[in-house]
Ligand binder design. Sequence first.
Ligand code: NAD
Length: 436
Amino acid sequence: MKIAVVGTGYVGLVTGTCFAETGNEVICVDIDQKKVDKLTNGEITIYEPGLEKLFLRNLKEGRLKFTTDLAAGIEEAKIVFLALPTPPGEDGSADLKYVLGVADHIGRLLTDYKVLVDKSTVPVGTAEKVYESVARNAKVPFDVVSNPEFLREGVAVDDFMKPDRVVIGTSSDRARKLMGELYAPFVRSGNPVIYMDERSAELTKYAANSFLATKISFMNEIAQLCEKLDADVDMVRLGIGSDDRIGKRFLFPGIGYGGSCFPKDVQALAKSSDEAGYDFRILDAVMQVNEIQKLHLLPKILRYFSGNLQGRHFALWGLAFKPNTDDIREAPALYIIDALLEAGATVTAFDPEAMKNVQQVVGDKIKFAENQYEALKGADALIIATEWNEFRTPDFLKIVSNLKKKVIFDGRNLFDIRAIGELGFHYESIGRRPVN
Ligand code: NAD
């Protein structure tokens, strides 16, 4: 099948590459000329495990192409995916200017029947708005489908190739058939393609992300309570997670959720609820807890250094909002950096993939290290903000020989409390008893 994907960011590039991998001919369209040039020349623009190999293979086979020309990109496509940004507007609602702008443009270009697919995360009612934008100028029939994307950055290729489910919101039999054919190779193991109306599909995506964010904020509140009541959140987590109704996954407390999706999607759902005249009380709490949690290590650090960080130097391991990505949008590490600098401290950071992106944001306000141990040189303490695998079993002798004192503040609960205590570290984490 011939496919176009408009917007070649995290979602668009993974979508385009994975559809090419199953034999489709894909053209990815983006307004960013530099990005299109790089991709055309075989240079991948994001870090996503496993993506580069598929990208290069399909580029070489001629099944994956890139252009800035929307007209040429969609000309022969049967299905056109919109994987465009939907950032929060000033009032917190999703800004639809990219999606509706492209829809309007596509309306002027249509010469034959096509299915337009919203892959961006968009509020309920957007499929109707997209339809109207296209219909204003279109002279041929077309359909609009809502097909929200559930991939997780860091495991995006696996998630796309073997999705838990595919949600397709459409009221058109013709579009339903085409979408079913396109996704058939991805659900061979029996995972469901769930067909529904457009509005329910749109709400499904927000409900999923908001539920997951709620789970995180709930565990972060339990962790706060553990600290007050002298209990251990790891034990509580194991104790509740073994109940099937709760489940073991997504119960890890930490320094809050970040990324380009949870913060904006929870906010957008709260805004949609407001507009619909419903006060979605839980969402307000979820957001408030996350704001507090992002800086939860700070009072611990301040207490240890007697309330004064002036002239202190910190090593920071982890900048990405989660491991296995270079994405730093809404990353808790950025909030920690700001707070430390404001308190008069200095920072040397290390992250396996995200340092270039952070450098573009903070410039030379902090230093970056070649590796995780170099970041420790002369630091008063180590702060851990992202749970990259290589931080989980580090060489503690190297940590000791580089840090000024054996002090670790861990926002991701990477180490076993007893083991790190025996090594003589002062160690504070989230929802667990401080050591030494
Ligand atoms: P992104 O910012 O990484 O990519 C968006 C791309 O669109 C950029 O390359 C940008 O240059 C391009 N673009 C902007 N305006 C354009 C235009 N007029 N024509 C062509 N290209 C244009 O965004 P993303 O993370 O891929 O997210 C896209 C959508 O998918 C959002 O709605 C997001 O909420 C949703 N989503 C994201 C994820 C995720 O993990 N990143 C997961 C599921 C859903």
